[in-house]
Design a protein around this ligand. Structure first.
Ligand SMILES: [Zn+2]
Length: 212
């Protein structure tokens, strides 16, 4: 089980700072819901890939004394089950769905010496297409609760098909971030390139499951 955490730094800083980082101890166990039962349980190594570089991260683990579950802290610049950094993945899905690029164009713009492979990039796009509707609905619901007059709500109308959902959720992520920035000062430095990192952190905390 993982908890997605915003460490407020990029991957290279995470690696450089090592054990100097602050690893927040979760209060409530996401497995058994009992509080204040977590004790430290070391670290485990996890690879994070950039097009031209491999980082090895140490992910902090916590152990729940009540239910014996182990929970690890996943930095929000990583997705579960994906070795590549979210930055790399975001570039691919934005190029494909927002810029409507062909697969050849996606490869030319996003890959360096064949990394990521075309097959991997297609898999990311397929995964986003599969999960986009659920995430989009959750974002719309949240923003609607706080800003009923928002002009971007449901921008594609009811007839929009699943083909449009990835593009819609990429847009929705921007609007969610814009709204969140008005509420939380610590998001001041977040920009366009951080939108999926923010969306992932936000949605993981709400139990939305896989994004990509
Ligand atoms: Zn537990």
């Amino acid at each position: 089980m993982v908890i997605v955490i915003e460490f407020g730094c990029a991957v290279h800083e995470y690696v450089e700072r090592g054990s100097g980082l602050v690893f927040p101890r979760p209060t409530e166990c996401p497995h058994c819901r009992v509080v204040d039962q977590f004790i430290g349980h070391g670290f485990y190594p996890r690879q994070a890939l950039h097009q031209t570089q491999v980082y090895v991260l140490r992910l902090k683990r916590w152990y729940c004394k009540a239910c014996h579950a182990t929970v690890s802290l996943l930095p929000s610049f990583m997705l579960r089950f994906r070795h590549y950094l979210l930055d790399v993945i975001q570039r691919v899905v934005v190029t494909r769905f927002e810029d409507a690029a062909s697969w050849g164009q996606v490869a030319r713009r996003c890959a360096v010496d064949g990394a990521p492979s075309s097959r991997t990039m297609r898999r990311w796009c397929d995964a986003l297409a599969e999960h986009a509707s659920a995430w989009w609905a959750a974002v719309q619901q949240t923003v609607a609760q706080h800003d009923t007059g928002s002009p971007w709500l449901d921008p594609l109308g009811e007839t929009a098909g699943p083909r449009e959902a990835p593009r819609a959720v990429l847009q929705a992520a921007l609007h969610l971030l814009a709204w969140a920035k008005t509420r939380w000062a610590e998001l001041a430095t977040y920009g366009l390139a951080d939108r999926l990192r923010f969306l992932w952190h936000w949605g993981a905390g709400r139990g939305l499951g896989r994004l990509i």
